[in-house]
Design a protein around this ligand. Structure first.
Ligand SMILES: *[C@@H]1O[C@H](CO)[C@@H](O)[C@H](O)[C@H]1NC(C)=O
Ligand SMILES: *[C@@H]1O[C@H](CO)[C@@H](O)[C@H](O)[C@H]1NC(C)=O
Ligand SMILES: *[C@@H]1O[C@H](CO)[C@@H](O)[C@H](O)[C@H]1NC(C)=O
Ligand SMILES: *[C@@H]1O[C@H](CO)[C@@H](O)[C@H](O)[C@H]1NC(C)=O
Length: 475
């Protein structure tokens, strides 16, 4: 009931091919390209000059200028007086950056899209922007077009969709400072920098996501966001496939855009009218790589899978952040987490990709840590804890027709308990794939076929990681 009410209240999609006008009313009525909701899992990559000092977080330069103690002491102890943030540029070398390896790792993690920081708040661009004169990765550091190389490799070798993270503001850009002093009554920076760069990124790299950030000091009117988005959705080369997040002006976050990100590590913990995304980090405390992270600072595989399950049960996508090093490596701790996730999804992906939230409940009413998703005529119960007695008791379900565990396949015995609950006899734990140790998934079907899911998306993705590999030579 609640679900139906919600659907009636908000999810009206007026318009898939209309001519959008530069108003939120018009832009918000656009239907999202279905690949995004179907795909569920994305990888976020924070990579830039801050990966060189790799200390604290990607806000290193801001902290240095603000005289924050840790960063100031680090500079005083380790660098000559006068060594500036810009002096890190030659050390941003990327000599071990292998874009094919990155793309294959992300695809094998089961991700369907990747969002790369083309420019963070320091303004340093990973592509040869003509407007970031001598402040980009082609002119300095690696002398390479890192965005172009990654996009080309990923498109050549995987089915990943590719997105751009772009910070609208730049902490210390002189033109931005002028606009700021005028209380954003002038918009020299937007005309000279932001808009030409955004258009160049769209036209040259044809991204399927634009993940804006750094919007918070000024209104969307200053950023000229509505005109840009109307162009993006009407005329740009990605008009049919692109989605944008919600950070287009200080009033738009958590209100407008193709999907809502609201805040870092967002999880609303209830069903939402709007599509949303949980942008989170494997290092609990930083988006950029930091050398001063300990093992405990990284999410365990189980925590990662738990976050994924809960996010998807509430209708969200997850965007999992990794921070590569200055020389272009993705450290084994990130690789292990991502490959563990890929192994888990290769068994349990049916309960994640192309699913919709269950209309009755998102978690079980009786047993903690059991979450629900639905797809076609199947209902999935995703359980994080293996019951010691080998029996799983569910409070939210009556009379299934069949119950199986993904990765096992044989039908399980079940019976009604005294409290109108359902008691399911699980197979012996050692008969399940190793990935079940993180979470195992029951697939339930019913006599009455489930009503069709509200989106009823025809799914274009296989659930297993899709990587186009060269066939191996026989040994
Ligand atoms: C695409 O990959 C193939 C090998 O799989 C390689 O020979 C070719 O050069 C690649 N093309 C581009 C544009 O990267
Ligand atoms: C800045 O502009 C906003 C409206 O854009 C206004 O509400 C505010 O009072 C202005 N502040 C100053 C210091 O002029
Ligand atoms: C289901 O989830 C809600 C929200 O997170 C929580 O309050 C409730 O305790 C959970 N139910 C069980 C049985 O764990
Ligand atoms: C949902 O999709 C199925 C085929 O996948 C189709 O038979 C059915 O009519 C669709 N339902 C709605 C409501 O569009």
């Amino acid at each position: 009931m609640l679900f139906r009410l919600l659907a009636a209240m908000c999810c009206s999609c007026l318009c898939c091919s209309a001519n959008f006008t530069p108003t939120w009313e018009s832009l918000d009525a656009r239907c999202n390209p279905s690949w995004f909701d179907e795909g569920k899992v994305g990888i976020f990559v924070h990579w830039g000059l801050y990966s060189v000092p790799a200390l604290g977080s990607e806000w290193f330069w801001k902290c240095l200028k603000a005289g924050s103690e840790g960063v100031r002491d680090f500079m005083e102890k380790n660098f000559k007086p006068g060594f500036s943030y810009g002096d890190f540029a030659p050390h941003f070398t990327a000599e071990l950056f292998d874009p094919v390896e990155w793309a294959e790792l992300f695809a094998e993690a089961g991700a369907k899209y990747v969002v790369l920081t083309a420019k963070h708040h320091d303004g340093f661009t990973l592509w040869p922007s003509a407007l970031a004169f001598q402040w980009n990765a082609k002119a300095l550091g690696p002398h390479r077009d890192l965005v172009g190389e990654f996009f080309a490799a990923a498109r050549n070798r995987t089915a990943l969709r590719l997105g751009i993270y772009y910070s609208l503001m730049e902490w210390f850009h002189p033109l931005y400072q002028i606009d700021k002093v005028s209380n954003f009554s002038t918009s020299i920076f937007v005309k000279m920098k932001t808009m030409p760069e955004l258009r160049e990124l769209v036209e040259v790299y044809t991204p399927d996501v634009i993940w804006a950030d750094g919007e918070w000091e000024a209104p969307g009117e200053y950023w000229d966001s509505l005109n840009f988005l109307a162009w993006l959705f009407n005329e740009s080369p990605v008009a049919k496939s692109v989605l944008v997040n919600d950070r287009w002006g200080k009033e738009s976050i958590c209100r407008h855009g193709s999907y809502l990100t609201c805040k870092d590590r967002y999880n609303p913990k209830t069903l939402q009218c709007r599509k949303w995304e949980n942008a989170m980090t494997l290092d609990r405390n930083s988006w950029g790589f930091r050398r001063n992270a300990n093992l405990d600072d990284y999410l365990t595989t189980k925590e990662l899978i738990q976050t994924l399950i809960e996010t998807v049960a509430y209708g969200g996508n997850i965007l999992i952040n990794v921070g590569p090093t200055h020389d272009g490596r993705i450290l084994p701790i990130f690789q292990e987490r991502l490959r563990d996730l890929g192994r888990w999804l290769s068994v349990n992906g049916d309960a994640i990709y192309c699913t919709t939230p269950w209309k009755h409940s998102q978690n079980d009413s009786l047993t903690p840590n059991v979450w629900y998703t639905s797809r076609g005529d199947a209902l999935y119960a995703l359980a994080l804890d293996w019951p010691l007695d080998g029996r799983l008791t569910l409070g939210s379900i009556l009379k299934p027709k069949t119950v199986t565990v993904l990765g096992h396949g044989k039908q399980l015995l079940f019976r009604k308990g005294y409290a109108n609950d359902l008691i399911i006899e699980l197979p012996s734990f050692h008969l399940l794939p190793a990935a079940a140790a993180h979470a195992f998934v029951l697939r339930l079907t019913f006599e009455d076929p489930r009503p069709p899911c509200p989106h009823n998306a025809t799914c274009r993705y296989f659930y297993y990681p899709k990587v186009h590999r060269q066939p191996k030579k026989p040994e």
